[in-house]
Design a protein around this ligand. Structure first.
Ligand code: HEM
Ligand SMILES: *[C@@H]1O[C@H](CO)[C@@H](O)[C@H](O)[C@H]1NC(C)=O
Ligand SMILES: CC(=O)N[C@H]1CO[C@H](CO)[C@@H](O)[C@@H]1O
Length: 324
């Protein structure tokens, strides 16, 4: 082979590799920073280590799958996927995790355990934001949901302000129209929004977030469930109820409950009541493969909201505090 044809072959290979990478990355994301082999040299066992710790934790407490998924959502919606949700408050700053809306966040210890295991193996290498994205993916898988690949290379931010959550996170009383517009600000279409709301196939909510629905929305709330929730909340705001009958299984039951007017939050039931979203709910209720596919797509997009690029951000040594 001559030098010239060798060089041509090399160029061809590079072009092919770029095309393949473009296809893998779902095309048009414009997020050159992330890759599927980001820690391939620097911390090759990253995904195994994360999966091991997540599997241990969920085997001991299956309700943690919900909590880990929600942490990643709250991270990404508030100033991008930068692990801001993990930072502890300090003497002069109230962090996101201590905001009202976030009081019931859980799973921080699991993230700490993953971080400790990774720091031992390859110090200062794997970002807390990547850990959150991988842990959420594995949590969904452990709950028998879909598996999807998570590209890596996110960087951790240094800002975490409680008040930011008020603007960024959807409140439980939002109607479909408002949910559609809030999600659209992050580039999600209507189907993405409904699929991601399907994250509520896992986990629970507290009375503070659905007692108004029990009081005011009886025409769209099943009578049996209404009495049950009424009893649950009689003792106060700290009572809780599962989003669906199978709250540690990632399945289509959430959407079937919406069809039966058994959605827990207003923001859940509105998806079935509104013409913009009803057909999508019906489709997901009927077709698990389609829901899983749409959820994967939604999570892929969610994991890339407003990433810190280049020199912005850091790799935190402890997920709870910024590096000094
Ligand atoms: C569509 C707008 C959304 C609203 C209004 C919303 C609101 C809420 C509320 C109020 C709770 C209960 C908090 C509590 O009372 O303890 C909750 C829990 C939860 N949310 Fe959402 N959420 C939304 C979207 C999402 C998305 C996109 C995901 C993930 C893909 C998600 C995952 C979860 C999970 C898994 C829980 C249960 C957490 C646990 O049991 O520890 N949510 N959400
Ligand atoms: C949805 O909520 C917004 C904001 O509160 C309101 O302006 C709009 O009329 C509501 N849409 C429907 C269909 O109820
Ligand atoms: C998103 C969310 O959970 N918001 C609730 C947080 O808690 C306050 C009261 O403590 C509720 O009013 C919000 O709806």
């Amino acid at each position: 082979m001559t030098m010239v044809s060798a060089a041509k072959n090399l160029v061809r290979l590079l072009v092919l590799a770029q095309v393949a990478a473009g296809l893998l990355s779902g095309s048009g994301g414009g997020v050159a920073a992330l890759s599927y082999d980001y820690y391939g040299m620097s911390c090759p066992y990253t995904e195994y280590i994360v999966r091991g710790v997540v599997a241990d934790a969920i085997m001991k407490d299956p309700t943690l799958s919900a909590s880990l998924l929600r942490l990643h959502f709250h991270d990404c919606f508030v100033q991008g996927c930068d692990a801001s949700v993990l930072l502890d408050s300090t003497d002069d700053n109230t962090a996101e995790k201590d905001a009202q809306a976030n009081k019931s966040l859980r799973g921080f210890e699991v993230i700490d355990a993953i971080k400790a295991a990774l720091e031992e193996r390859c110090p200062g290498t794997v970002s807390c934001a990547d850990i959150l994205a991988l842990a959420a993916r594995d949590a969904v898988l452990m709950a028998r949901g879909p598996y999807y690949s998570v590209p890596q290379g996110r960087r951790d931010g240094t800002r975490s302000v409680a008040a930011d959550t008020l603007r960024a996170l959807p409140p439980p009383f939002f109607n479909a129209t408002s949910l559609i517009s809030l999600f659209a600000t992050h580039g999600f279409n209507v189907q993405d929004m409904v699929a991601l709301s399907g994250g509520h196939t896992l986990g629970i909510a507290h009375c503070v977030n659905f007692k108004d629905r029990v009081k005011n929305e009886l025409e769209t709330l099943d009578g049996t469930l209404a009495s049950k929730l009424g009893a649950t909340c009689a003792a106060g705001d700290s009572g809780s109820a599962p989003f669906d009958r199978t709250s540690t299984n990632f399945d289509t039951v959430y959407f079937k409950e919406l069809q039966a007017r058994r959605g827990l939050l207003s923001s859940d039931q509105t998806l079935f009541e509104s013409p913009e979203t009803k057909a999508i709910v019906n489709m997901f209720a009927m077709n698990q493969a389609y829901f899983f596919y749409a959820f994967q797509q939604g999570m892929y997009k969610m994991g890339q909201i407003d990433l810190k690029e280049g020199d912005v951000g850091e790799i935190r040594a402890n997920c709870r505090v910024v590096n000094s």
